[in-house]
Design a protein around this ligand. Structure first.
Ligand code: SAH
Ligand code: DHB
Ligand code: MG
Length: 221
């Protein structure tokens, strides 16, 4: 492993392929000032989410796990004016920082950050008939990753894309006997991806500024 080289390669691509700012740098600076953990997706990963959403013409996005709204901003820029990103965040403080960040970035009109435990908020999303979503990004507490996948399916239509973050965890995903609830949650999530007949899925490992990790990507049939 050579994490320094991974980071240098990320910087090389980011320097060439990412637009200057558009509010992302200010958002990360505000997160740091507020003391939020630096566990957002990387800039190149954020743009991948953005491009996937744009490529499929996503207008309604559901995100589980907002933090300071970094991935949320990439998705909000993809859904365009009149689009909607609903993002669920357990920590009230994270939600408040995210709301301020997203307002400053000029996307308050298309982002709805809701504070609370996702398992309390998801039934309300369903009851209010706010689905189906075009794209769901699952990036909250990994011990519930499989439960969030089941919810994403309930709030889906044929063609919905579901993306799950942090499915590799430095290779820890291989450890079937892990006592880490996050690893067990990811493994149940992978089992559900495999067994659910309505889902076609793959997983991609990533090495970069955020270490060795990966995304799972699924389409609802
Ligand atoms: N998607 C963000 C990073 C999210 S980090 C980005 O890439 O920018 C994971 C977030 O999930 C944290 O802010 C954490 O507070 C939140 N979280 C943890 N448990 C949760 C739960 N039960 N419901 C909703 N959010 C939760
Ligand atoms: C953690 C959470 C994430 O969503 C992530 O991308 C990286 C780390 C964490 O809880 O440590
Ligand atoms: Mg993550």
């Amino acid at each position: 492993m050579n994490p320094e080289a991974w980071t240098a390669v990320d910087e090389y691509f980011a320097e060439r392929l990412l637009e200057r700012d558009r509010g992302f740098a200010a958002l990360l600076a505000a997160n740091a000032a507020a003391g939020l953990p630096e566990i957002d997706v990387s800039p190149l990963q954020g743009k991948l989410l953005h491009l996937l959403a744009r490529a499929m013409g996503a207008r309604r996005v559901l995100e589980i796990g907002t933090l300071g709204g970094y991935s949320t901003l990439w998705l909000a820029r993809a859904v365009g004016e009149g689009g909607l990103v609903i993002s669920l965040e357990y920590q009230l403080r994270h939600a408040e920082v995210a709301r301020a960040n997203l307002a400053r970035a000029g996307v308050a009109d298309r982002v709805d950050v809701r504070a609370g435990a996702a398992l309390d908020l998801l039934p309300k999303v369903e009851a209010r008939r706010e689905g189906p979503f075009d794209l769901v990004f699952i990036d909250a507490d990994k011990s519930n990753q499989d439960v969030y996948l089941a919810w994403a399916l309930r709030l889906s239509r044929p063609g919905t894309v579901i993306i799950g973050d942090n499915v590799v965890r430095d290779g820890e995903v291989l450890d079937a006997d892990s006592v880490n609830p996050a690893v067990q949650g990811i493994r149940r999530f992978v089992d559900l991806l495999a067994s659910e007949p309505r889902l076609s899925a793959t997983a991609i490992q990533t090495a970069g500024a955020k270490g060795w990790d990966g995304f799972a990507f699924a389409v609802v049939d």
